[in-house]
Design a binder for this molecule. Structure first.
Ligand SMILES: Cc1cc2nc3c(=O)[nH]c(=O)nc-3n(C[C@H](O)[C@H](O)[C@H](O)COP(=O)(O)OP(=O)(O)OC[C@H]3O[C@@H](n4cnc5c(N)ncnc54)[C@H](O)[C@@H]3O)c2cc1C
Length: 286
């Protein structure tokens, strides 16, 4: 595999929450076929492989994770062909939004403020009330679990709420079809969403976004707030006073604090409403 292979790399500094111990191996392949080689190499020697995007939806255990973590920051090309944009999995969503805004292609501004990489946004089918990542998707280039490169149309997937339905495949590249629009109008929509987000969510603090999925017909944040959990704290992790479905790290928090707070919030919501909150966030190494 061409690219960097490093041993025992601390994941905490790469995570949005700034929590987590080391990975045994950290792999940064150069190109798509290097990812395929890495998948095959790990499979052949029985080393578990995880893919890290922007680290904005993962809590890594304090003891870290065994096996290898793959980072796709080198897959960073953005290519335009008419109304279509093909983008590498390692491009940040904010850079993609900036690029589409500048060339007057509309649609992705629905995803304003999500601190993901494109691969992570597709894997999680990230979205807002205005729309989801899969809405504008045409096709994906993937490395499957056998290390084969495949290009599949969007119709081959059954994305649901916060799950792109990729199973064990790794997103290498995504092609989106967008609509031409006035860059000023796109910018206006982008700014409105950003203002709304800044006013209602603790965006400048360390978090993983929404901790729990919204139960059918309700909002997890509302249930947590009514259960009296706002500003509840364990160690360095606190239920945000601004948005109760966000847990924020004051810089001293651990993964154990995060898990403890999650369990306490779930217990209080269950006792008061009989609703079992399901985590939206992913856990590595627990
Ligand atoms: C402040 C804040 C606001 C947020 N707001 C929103 C929001 O409005 N809407 C929303 O949906 N989410 C939101 N999130 C959550 C998060 O940004 C999304 O879940 C996002 O899709 C995660 O992308 P990531 O690149 O950070 O992925 P990571 O957190 O690194 O990974 C998430 C999962 O995707 C997998 N993955 C990552 N890259 C790939 C790849 N290339 N191929 C296959 N699997 C991959 C990982 O293995 C992991 O299982 C927010 C988070 C924060 C911190």
């Amino acid at each position: 595999m061409r690219g960097a292979v490093r041993e025992r790399v601390e994941l905490g500094p790469m995570m949005h929450l700034r929590i987590g111990g080391p990975a045994d191996w950290f792999l940064e392949p150069w190109a798509e076929d290097d990812v395929a080689l890495a998948v095959r190499a790990c499979r052949d020697v029985d080393v578990p492989l995880r893919v890290l995007g922007g680290g904005s939806n993962i809590v890594v255990a304090d003891a870290g994770v065994r096996g290898a973590v793959l980072h796709l920051g080198n897959l960073n090309r953005i290519v335009r062909d008419g109304n279509r944009i093909t983008v590498g999995a390692g491009v940040t969503l904010p850079s993609l939004l900036r690029a589409t805004k500048e060339v007057g292609l509309a649609g992705l501004e629905k995803l304003t403020g999500i601190p993901a990489l494109v691969g992570g946004a597709v894997a999680m089918n990230a979205g807002t009330r205005d729309g989801e990542t899969f809405e504008h998707l045409v096709s994906l280039t993937l490395a499957d679990s056998d290390g084969r490169l495949v290009v599949l149309g969007k119709e081959r997937f059954a994305p649901t709420y916060r799950d792109g339905g990729l199973r064990d495949s790794i997103v290498l590249q995504a092609t989106f079809e967008l609509q031409p629009d006035d860059p000023k109008a796109i910018f206006e929509r982008f700014s409105t969403s950003l203002r709304k987000r800044n006013a209602t969510q603790p965006v400048s603090q360390r978090s993983v976004g929404c901790v729990f999925r919204n139960p059918a017909g309700d909002a997890a944040g509302r249930l947590i707030e009514v259960a009296g959990c706002k500003t509840l704290r364990i160690g360095g992790i606190e239920v945000s006073g601004m948005h109760a479905n966000y847990f924020v790290n004051d810089g001293r928090g651990s993964a154990a604090d995060f898990l403890g707070l999650m369990n306490e919030v779930r217990r209080r919501v269950r006792d008061q409403f009989g609703v079992e909150l399901e985590p939206e966030v992913k856990f590595w190494g627990f």
